[in-house]
Design a protein around this ligand. Structure first.
Ligand code: FSX
Ligand code: SF4
Ligand code: F3S
Length: 300
């Protein structure tokens, strides 16, 4: 009996040390994390392509199943919830009422000011978001659409699309722009809030500072070619094959703040620039309306 107890305690010790090391926490922080109640999450989709949630699902460290089984309780998502229709809408309402002030709200997609463009369960998405935000402990805009208006707000903006911060001027909205945003950045924001009960450090625009303080260019693996003046002139020329800098092909890395080159995508496998495409500045405001994508109008 004593042996069994000793073994169980040793196992707990090992697990705790292992987890603390794995997630880079102090041991006592890990202890607190493990004893915490899961944080309810409502994820509302407005005018989006669902790329943000698709990206989110591909987080590798921790895996999304680990996140949802241990720390974050996904209570509402049009894409991922098992139920739908009346059932899921009433469940959302129950969560809002029974966890008022205790849940987090994530919004992806821009919000049409013209109500008829998007309704959910008979209510405009605008009202749905305002209602859910009232009892939220923290509010996150995942993706360029909810962060800035994104493609939905591109000229001529037929739906009158606005960003989440424009819809909720009195709420501190954490924005995680990118079309789509990087999974690790979204998960880091949620976990940071779960573990420490405060928002991560933000820059002036409301972005988590540690992921948006550098441009794509500053961390680009092709930067040595930029510095040496070695550029690809076409996407299929000798320079492109050698991995030269894509600046002359319109790369917007120098004016784009995002962590694509440091975090990388798909479990660190690659990035747009790594795959041979120039950065189109998808995490910047109005990127869609800022001239041509993937080529440069004026000769560089
Ligand atoms: Fe927008 Fe997200 Fe781009 Fe798509 O939902 S940021 S269009 S990747 O999906 O909102
Ligand atoms: Fe900068 Fe783009 Fe060239 Fe990379 S490919 S070094 S981001 S201009
Ligand atoms: Fe977007 Fe540029 Fe990264 S296009 S995904 S910010 S490399």
């Amino acid at each position: 009996m004593l042996d069994q107890e000793f073994e169980a305690n040793t196992q707990t010790e090992l697990n705790l040390n292992h987890l603390a090391e794995k997630f880079g926490f102090e041991r006592n922080v890990m202890e607190q994390v493990l004893s915490k109640k899961k944080l309810p999450l409502l994820w509302i989709s407005a005018q989006d392509c669902t790329g943000c949630q698709e990206s989110f699902l591909r987080n590798s460290f921790p895996g999304i199943e680990e996140l949802f089984l241990n720390w974050i309780s996904l209570e509402y998502s049009e894409l991922l919830s098992f139920s739908s229709g009346y059932q899921i809408e009433s469940h959302k309402e129950n969560i809002i009422n029974s966890n008022f002030g205790e849940y987090i709200l994530v919004v992806e997609g821009s919000i049409p000011t013209n109500d008829e463009y998007l309704t959910v369960g008979g209510c405009s998405v605008k009202e749905e978001i305002i209602h859910a935000a009232r009892g939220a402990k923290a509010v996150f805009a995942f993706g360029s659409c909810s962060s800035w208006g994104g493609i939905g707000a591109a000229k001529p903006n037929p739906t009158g699309a606005i960003s989440l911060q424009e819809l909720l001027p009195d709420v501190k909205v954490v924005i995680v722009p990118g079309c789509p945003p990087i999974a690790e950045v979204m998960v880091d924001c949620l976990l940071h809030f779960y573990v420490y009960d405060v928002l991560p450090e933000l820059d002036k625009k409301g972005r988590p500072k540690k992921f948006y303080e550098c441009t794509v260019h500053q961390q680009c693996h092709r930067k040595e070619f930029f510095d040496k003046g070695l550029f690809a002139e076409h996407y299929d020329d000798e320079g492109a094959l050698k991995g030269y800098c894509l600046f002359k092909l319109g790369c917007r890395g120098p004016s784009t703040f995002n962590a694509c080159e440091s975090c990388s995508w798909n479990e660190g496998l690659c990035s747009p620039i790594g795959a041979g495409a120039s950065c189109i500045g998808c995490s910047e405001k109005n990127f869609w309306d800022r001239g041509p994508l993937c080529f440069r109008k004026t000769k560089a």
